[in-house]
Design a protein around this ligand. Structure first.
Ligand code: ATP
Ligand code: MG
Length: 427
């Protein structure tokens, strides 16, 4: 619940639990469960929602609040008046006699944790409290930054499958937290096949799938519950959605998630599959930078050109950084760096060498490559990439190093010039 922060109440120790019920049977059941949980049974009061609003307007809110809506003529509007007096962080469980899924949804959207249908059943009450306790014991991700810094939102886009976009996104997010000391969220939008959580040895949870299914539920509290924490500075929102579920979305959930993450973290790194990018171009509205992850291959050169042109047309404000990944250290890449740069008409900003050993080590340890391979050339390149992105965003005067002047057709012309060279080399 969301009452404005009142200095007078700040610092008051919160009760673990308070209930306001309308009838004796509910009161008795709650007292019994309260005792089981080690709470005072005296905190079960009569008077339902009306009494709850009156009491909370003059006293500190408990951690868990149970309110009986049975005597309420307009539960939704009454819950909203409760929200005005109930301090942030309180988990509200409501009960009532109206069996209406719309009411349930509206109440949940207004910030209550659960709505239990009366007559209550003791297991249902126990479950609801257990869930509330689990949420309370989950670490809080929302950190207030002491320094006012612009939020840094970076999208990481792989131009071809397997180029290493997720590897780069995970490392970048970790480095923003570890090296730049900024609270960071990694939003993995590869809903079915995302590897963000896997790379950090975490269970993705249901947060992202829930968000897509119910975009109206997305708010600060939702974010707090849905994110999975990797360390003090890094939290992740990702999914391993069942392959039987198409997870159709108009993209509004993704957009709302970005909005919430922006207000709770200093940095957001979005692992943005190229198909999602094309489907939901508005996702780049909030991003200041895009890291384009490529390999030095012919197909990748074509798609760097197409994606950078797309960005220029659809998100001209986005600063583009090109990272060539999996670049062989022995032997030549499919296309040399020089030819690649000529073809895409701009410099490659960072070269991340192919290093099977550190990639295997990162996978084995369940750590981002930048962390698992500290000191290696690959890790150093990722550090360089992270500082470059931050610098680029902070320095609004920095010129976009992107290709200037030529049309897409012109660039594709250049890309095609690579083909005869390859044919000649193969001959
Ligand atoms: N610099 C590197 N050296 C060696 N292996 C790497 C490097 N970067 C990434 N890899 C490996 O390449 C594979 C693909 O990487 P990753 O999953 O990050 O690619 P992706 O672009 O996200 O793929 P997808 O298209 O499936 O989303 C992984 O096994 C990863 O460990
Ligand atoms: Mg990926």
């Amino acid at each position: 619940m969301n009452a404005p922060w009142t200095p007078a109440r700040a610092g008051t120790l919160r009760e673990p639990f308070t209930a306001y019920v309308c009838d004796d049977a509910t009161g008795e059941m709650l007292r019994a469960v309260a005792v089981e949980l080690g709470w005072s049974q005296e905190k079960v009061n009569k008077g339902g929602l009306r009494n709850a609003v009156q009491s909370l307007s003059v006293s500190a809110s408990p951690n868990i609040l149970f309110v009986d809506l049975s005597e309420s003529g307009d539960p939704l509007s009454d819950i909203n008046s409760l929200a005005e007096v109930c301090e942030p962080g309180t988990i509200v469980i409501a009960a009532g006699q109206v069996n209406d899924v719309r009411l349930y949804r509206d109440l949940v959207a207004s910030g209550i944790q659960d709505y239990l249908l009366k007559p209550l059943n003791v297991d249902q009450v126990r479950d609801a409290f257990a869930q509330a306790q689990a949420i309370l014991s989950t670490p809080k991700y929302v950190e207030q930054s002491s320094v006012e810094r612009p939020h840094v939102m970076t999208a990481v886009i792989g131009v071809r499958g397997g180029a290493g976009a997720s590897t780069v996104a995970t490392s970048l997010a970790w480095l923003f937290g570890e090296k730049s000391h900024r609270s960071t969220a990694l939003l993995d939008l590869d809903v079915h096949f995302g590897t963000g959580a896997l790379a950090l040895d975490l269970e993705p949870g249901r947060g992202l799938t829930d968000a897509i299914e119910n975009p109206s539920r997305i708010d600060g509290l939702f974010i707090e519950r849905a994110l999975v924490r990797a360390n003090d500075k890094l939290a992740i929102l990702s999914a391993e959605a069942p392959l039987s579920q198409s997870m159709l979305t108009d993209g509004s959930a993704f957009f709302q998630l970005q909005e919430e993450l922006r207000s709770s973290f200093e940095c957001t790194v979005v692992d943005l599959p190229r198909s999602t990018l094309i489907q939901h171009p508005h996702l780049l509205q909030e991003a200041q930078a895009a890291v384009i992850v490529t390999e030095l291959t012919l197909a990748a050169a074509r798609d760097v050109i197409r994606i950078t042109s797309w960005l220029k047309a659809n998100a001209p404000h986005v600063r583009v950084v090109i990272a060539a990944n999996r670049v062989p250290t022995t032997g030549a890449p499919e296309v040399s760096r020089k030819d690649f740069e000529t073809s895409i008409e701009r410099k490659v900003d960072v070269i991340i060498p192919f290093d099977a050993k550190v990639a295997a080590q990162a996978a084995k340890l369940g750590k981002p490559l930048a962390e698992a391979a500290k000191g290696s050339k690959a890790s150093n390149a990722l550090v360089e990439l992270s500082t470059r992105v931050i610098a680029l965003i902070e320095d609004s005067a920095t010129d976009d190093a992107g290709a200037k002047g030529k049309s897409l057709l012109g660039k594709l012309g250049d890309f095609k010039s690579l083909i005869p060279k390859k044919a000649k080399a193969a001959a």
